[in-house]
Design a protein around this ligand. Structure first.
Ligand SMILES: [Zn+2]
Length: 192
């Protein structure tokens, strides 16, 4: 079982390289991403694993997986997107909560464009062009950020009212920025 890496692992801050050929190794990486996502979800009863990027397994290749149904915990199938590229963002900016399997226990209110267009290869090598909005657009932007070494916390660094954690009952509670976030070198190792 591949292990999900977490901050401050430097592989999360690297730019991933393009997949030049969809080989058996690539199929194996995708299968490992799906199984790591489901394994994580089984251990987190209040949360759903919406997506994952290969660098979260310490593999710096441009591959993401996105859950086919982002709302239903019973429907746990995923689509892999290889070399995904944002071709356009549009619409109003929206602020919503994000979390990340690689940033344990922390949630943030992140501003993202409402609509996105993405071009990618499917696992069978066919090119697809997707139009997404709302939560799916947010998910795609979050995952493609991973391929460029960017985490959601980087977008809200310095914002005092944007950081949260889940309490024991699964409710979102604000974190005190000055004592719990600022200077946390787990989150922002470059500040060390
Ligand atoms: Zn993430």
């Amino acid at each position: 079982m591949e292990k999900i890496i977490t901050t401050p692992d430097p592989r999360l801050r690297e730019r991933s390289s393009k997949v030049s050929k969809i080989t058996d190794e690539i199929h194996d990486i995708i299968a490992a991403m799906v199984s790591a996502s489901l394994d994580w979800e089984n251990k987190h009863p209040y949360e759903l694993s919406a997506a994952m990027a290969a660098p979260q397994l310490g593999i710096n290749k441009r591959i993401i997986i996105v859950r086919d149904d982002l709302a239903d915990k019973e429907k746990a199938t995923f689509t892999a997107l290889i070399n995904p590229e944002i071709t356009k963002t549009e619409g109003r900016l929206e602020t919503d909560y994000e979390g990340c399997l690689s940033v344990p226990e922390i949630y943030g209110l992140v501003e993202r464009p409402h609509k996105v267009k993405v071009k990618a290869l499917l696992e069978d090598g066919h090119e697809v062009r997707l139009k997404a909005n709302g939560y799916l657009a947010r998910t795609l932007l979050h995952e493609i950020d991973h391929l460029n070494g960017i985490l959601f916390i980087d977008h809200i660094k310095g914002k005092k009212d944007a950081f949260f954690h889940l309490d024991d009952k699964g409710n979102m509670q604000p974190l005190d920025y000055d004592t719990e976030v600022a200077g946390n070198t787990n989150l922002f190792p470059e500040d060390d």
